[in-house]
Structures are given as C-alpha cells and as structure tokens.
Design a protein around this ligand. Structure first.
Ligand code: 3PG
Length: 214
C-alpha cells in the first residue's frame, strides 16, 4: 500500500481519465509519459474502464495505472484483474475499503466531512481523497476540515485546474491533487494527444515550481 500511494505523492498530480474507446488508452499513456506524468486514474464512469486500464498498463509498464469512481466490490475486482495498482472512490464505502485492504490493493477513499474521515481512520487509512474539493469549499474548507487530523493527508479532487493547483499543493496536508483538466474527455475523444501532453507538462511544472520553493 505504502509505496504506490507514496509514489502518487511524489508525482503530485493524478490525471483523472474518463475514456470511451479503450484503444485510445495507449496513445493517451504515451502523451502522459511525454508530458512527464507517469500515472493515471482511469474511472469507471465509462464501460471501457477495465479494458482501458488493461491497455494502458500493458503498453506502458512505467505508468502507475489505477482505477477511479469505483463504487462496488465488483468494480474493484474488475479493476484489479485489469491491472489497476490503486483504487480511488468518490465516497467512503466500507465494503470496497475492506475488500481492497484484504487484497492488498491500495485505496484512497473519498471523504468530505469529519465523519467520513473518522470512518477511514478506523480502517487504518491516512491518505484520503478530498472530494469534491472546490464544491466543498476549496482550500479554505480543506484547511478547516483537515485541521484536527494531524496524521491525515489528502488528495483534493474535483474542480482542480491549472489556476488553483498550486494553492492546494502548498497546503501541508495535501499529498497530491487529482484532476481531469489535462485529460478532458473531449480531448481524448478527438485524439488531441499533443494537447494532452502539453497540459500534462504544464501540470507537472506547477508541481515542480511549488515544491522547489519548499
Ligand atoms: C473525479 O472523478 O474525481 C472528478 O470528476 C474529477 O474532477 P474534475 O473533473 O473536476 O477534475
């Protein structure tokens, strides 16, 4: 569990992908690699998710490929079978968390309230997705909600863009951020992989610039 989630923290930004054509996962992975972003969360928002996870992780073993929007144990099993190395869920679901823990599949469940965080803490989890970050009140809300939980780190996701990414990354309780802005569904559908590469590189540069300041 530790090493994979640690690696996501080092990368700093997780592209959240919704893909309709599983074959596009291969050039998409290449665009992410070319942009310097060796990870992807492929969401079960589309029927192609499991095949896309399989295709990207097979073609690009250097990319840390995980599954997002995992709502059920059935989806978690499909994600693992397809090669997903981590699981992200929008909310806290005890059955999905328990299955992932029992199967040594790293999971960052979504939380938005102290009650959600307490449930995750009770399972021994300490790196959690904060979702939906902007709609829940953004940086200000995360600072307030995270305040009492000294040992917990968050992956804010939902409404993150190149304009607010740095604000989140500067918070000490932020492990990494997630966002679809560099892998917009339409860009993938239109095959605009050069644009995706450039947006990925922009995101990576924002991470580097925040972290170089320390
Ligand atoms: C998710 O599935 O985590 C979110 O939809 C990603 O949010 P964004 O599209 O606002 O980046």
């Amino acid at each position: 569990m530790g090493k994979i989630v640690e690696k996501l923290g080092e990368i700093g930004i997780i592209p959240v992908v919704a893909i309709d054509d599983a074959a596009a996962a291969v050039p998409l992975g290449q665009a992410l690699l070319d942009g310097g972003l060796p990870c992807a969360e492929i969401t079960f928002r589309t029927a192609a998710a499991a095949d896309a996870i399989h295709n990207m992780s097979t073609a690009h073993p250097d990319i840390l490929v995980g599954a997002g929007t995992v709502l059920t144990v059935v989806q978690a099993k499909a994600a693992k079978a397809a090669g997903a190395k981590f699981i992200v869920t929008p909310g806290f679901d005890a059955a999905v968390v328990d299955w992932c823990l029992a199967n040594e599949l790293p999971i960052t469940p979504g939380v938005m309230t102290p009650t959600d965080i307490n449930q995750a803490l009770a399972k021994g989890l300490n790196i959690l997705k904060f979702f939906p970050a902007e709609a829940a009140g953004g940086v200000k809300a995360l600072k307030a909600i995270g305040g009492p939980y000294a040992g917990i780190k968050f992956i804010p996701t939902g409404g993150i863009s190149a304009n607010n990414l740095a604000d989140y990354l500067r918070l000490p309780m932020v492990h990494a951020c997630g966002g679809s802005f560099m892998v917009a569904k339409q860009l993938i559908a239109d095959g605009k992989f050069d644009a995706i590469r450039d947006l990925a590189a922009t995101a990576v540069n924002i991470v580097k610039s925040v972290r170089s300041v320390g």
